[in-house]
Design a protein around this ligand. Structure first.
Ligand code: SF4
Length: 448
């Protein structure tokens, strides 16, 4: 097995190896394209069922404008949460956030975790693993990419770029037996492994889709049902959320969730929306208050800044309006050719690359050059976030810093398009070759 778990014959030449890598990448991009096409088809079928879609988007935009960087709203949220018995810790940097989580774990060596883009931004899993804590992802897609050491390709569909054949091949090594390329079998196997970890863990870590300031509540949305199990480990529930996740109240937070799920999946709702506004508790025996009856004894919310305050106060403020639906990725022609190569760290696509340049994850400029400036992301974003203008602004800043002539900007624009055409043609040629060789789409079909 090579480092990514796929089978590579011993003694393969360099060119054969790179040819295999190209076939693999082409297969991943095609699998991602099929997954994205399914979401777009579902969006088209369901759009008429979302009442007042345009009004909802306007209402959300107004809420985001008023909430981002609003110190008064943040203060109100902290007071309400603490009144409900949720301990709140505020933290500035990535390192501080990791230290706080370690302190909250208080020596626990196993922790189960649900999907959270913030924890990816913080590199939390890697940091905890370095300290000897076993961190187990509990979302099926996230657990798959964790086991096989892959990078996610979509904020809510992390394994979208992997075909069932590829997943089955690569999980076989982890489980030590041959796994059939059938979605049901794969899900059952991964679920059973996750369930065993969940029942052994005392502490669970989740993100938060939203925090409602008025009620002091945390909203969590999911389809798999794993999040509520993670959130109800008996010892402690640790929640990590960016300070940009604060909404004035539950109603506005639900409006965002409705739009987020529609743009991320094409559905009108996820299977579950949990609202947590305190611990499970009873005073049924002689009025003595007992906490943690059916859930954790303690809930700790870590509110993370990590450059958000700076961004909220500057020219790139709009970036923080993002609700993480990933709609921009579905329509981006660059992402459809490059996949998650158009990213920096955990930040995917054009908006992600701009965000990474500002939040300390770093972008060396090469990723910015991938953007074609076509504006499709902006036109299709529910909040009309103007990513292309932000990309151009960052490119210009880089040119000025390097004292490059203005002509270089035009050169970059032309080069991005030539590279894109070149890579799109190469992708199609590789994919055609893979199909002629009997690899690709036909290979992964369920037979049962
Ligand atoms: S402007 Fe850039 S990031 Fe946006 S859709 Fe076009 S190529 Fe993608």
């Amino acid at each position: 097995m090579d480092e990514d778990g796929s089978s590579v014959a011993v003694g393969k030449s360099g060119s054969e190896h790179s040819h295999s890598a190209r076939l693999k990448k082409a297969g991943e991009i095609k699998a991602m394209g099929r997954a994205f096409a399914t979401v777009k088809k579902r969006q088209k079928a369901n759009i008429a069922r979302v009442a007042d879609l345009e009004n909802r988007k306007q209402r959300l935009l107004q809420t985001r404008k008023e909430s981002i960087g609003n110190a008064g709203l943040l203060k109100q949220a902290v007071e309400s949460l603490e009144r409900n018995g949720i301990r709140v810790r505020m933290t500035g940097t990535r390192e501080e956030a990791v230290s706080l989580v370690l302190a909250e774990l208080a020596g626990e060596k196993l922790v189960v975790k649900s999907k959270s883009n913030l924890t990816k931004e913080l590199g939390l899993t890697e940091a905890l693993t370095d300290k000897g804590v076993e961190v187990v992802e509990t979302d099926i897609g996230d657990r798959i990419v964790q086991i096989i050491g892959e990078k996610p390709s979509h904020p809510t569909g992390p394994a979208s770029h992997l075909s069932k054949q590829e997943i089955a091949d690569r999980l076989s090594a982890h489980f030590g037996h041959r796994i059939k390329p059938m979605a049901e079998d794969i899900v059952g196997l991964v679920r059973d492994e996750i369930a065993a970890y969940i029942s052994s863990a005392s502490v669970g870590i989740t993100g938060a889709n939203a925090i409602a300031a008025e009620e002091g509540a945390v909203l969590l949305m999911h389809n798999e049902g794993n999040i509520i199990q993670v959130a109800t480990r008996p010892g402690k529930h640790i929640i990590l959320a960016g300070i940009d996740k604060i909404y004035p109240n539950i109603e506005e937070a639900l409006n965002m969730l409705k739009l987020q799920v529609f743009y991320a999946t094409g559905a009108l709702s996820t299977s579950f929306i949990n609202i947590i506004a305190g611990t499970s508790q009873t005073a049924d025996i002689e009025k003595k208050l007992i906490k943690g009856v059916h859930g954790p004894k303690e809930i700790c919310l870590i509110l993370v800044d990590n450059h958000r305050s700076e961004i909220a106060g500057g020219d790139y403020r709009e970036l923080l309006y993002c609700i993480g639906c990933g709609q921009c990725l579905l329509v981006c022609p660059a992402y459809s050719v490059y996949g998650n190569k158009f990213s920096v760290g955990s930040q995917l696509g054009g908006r992600g690359v701009v965000y990474a340049a500002l939040n300390g994850e770093g972008a060396d400029g090469g990723e910015l050059d991938i953007c074609l400036g076509c504006k499709r992301c902006q036109k299709n974003c529910p909040l009309a976030i103007d990513t292309p203008t932000m990309v151009s602004k960052l490119r210009l800043e880089r040119h000025l810093k390097l004292r490059q002539p203005q002509l270089a900007r035009a050169y970059d624009f032309v080069r991005a398009h030539i590279d894109w055409i070149d890579d799109a043609l190469a992708l199609e040629a590789t994919w055609l070759l893979a199909r002629l060789m009997g690899l690709g789409e036909g290979k992964g079909k369920d037979k049962g």
